[in-house]
Design a binder for this molecule. Sequence first.
Ligand code: G3P
Ligand code: CA
Length: 264
Amino acid sequence: MKNRDYRPLVFAHRGGADALPEHTLGAYLRALDEGADGLECDVRLTRDGHLVCVHDRRLNRTSNGRGLVSTKTLAELDTLNFGSWHPGYPVDEEFPDLARLLTLERLLDAVTASGRPVRLLIETKHPSRYGAEVERRLVRMLQRFGLADPKPDDPVQVTVMSFAALALRRIRAQAPTVPTVYLMEFVPPGVGRGRLPFGARTAGPGVDLVRARPALLPAIRAAGHRTYVWTVNEPADLELVLAQRVDGVITDRPRFVLDYLDRL
Ligand code: G3P
Ligand code: CA
């Protein structure tokens, strides 16, 4: 495929979870050094209302702690090691922050201080469980960092993503100019005809859905929307989404995707 006019954005899923412990600052910084256009991050709430970058409800898989994230305070989570479970730990002295819990505030501090252009995809988990609190605190945090009313030349551009239309509605109500992505594992009503809920400009289907429903992305694009696809780690999946001219590739393996794109 030779097409110099087309190159999708590459997002490091959970910071590039293949090589380094997911959702650690070291992983995110390395993904940027590798040339990723953006970063994907899941956020959930601690018991005392802090937004932390942890994918699972439970601590068990990605730390030496046990139990639900939502039942711990930030101070308790800060005592845990979030890197030692991963085979890539510790991999590189250059990226030492591979063990510490990452909060959204720490991630925003790091990307805004870097001065680099960074597209940050923040996925809220789980709106039904926390009521409106995750989105409320997220918008407040974005306001603190001056990211809740984005301008085209701002170096850090935040997009909020969710599988829940309800979360997108809350973001639209509180920060109407922050772009949103409607994530999907199946095709919700209306989306097959290109309709996205609550002002979402981008659809975010999983790659398995793209393979199972080849007409989906053309319909969404025909309606004027963009497409970001997750989690694209294998060559066959990458070829599939590139053939569909997706706008963004969300991957655990940003270096692999970037190298592949460079060879086209
Ligand atoms: O980028 C979307 C993707 O992250 C959704 O799946 O389970 O990895 O959060 P998950
Ligand atoms: Ca996610």
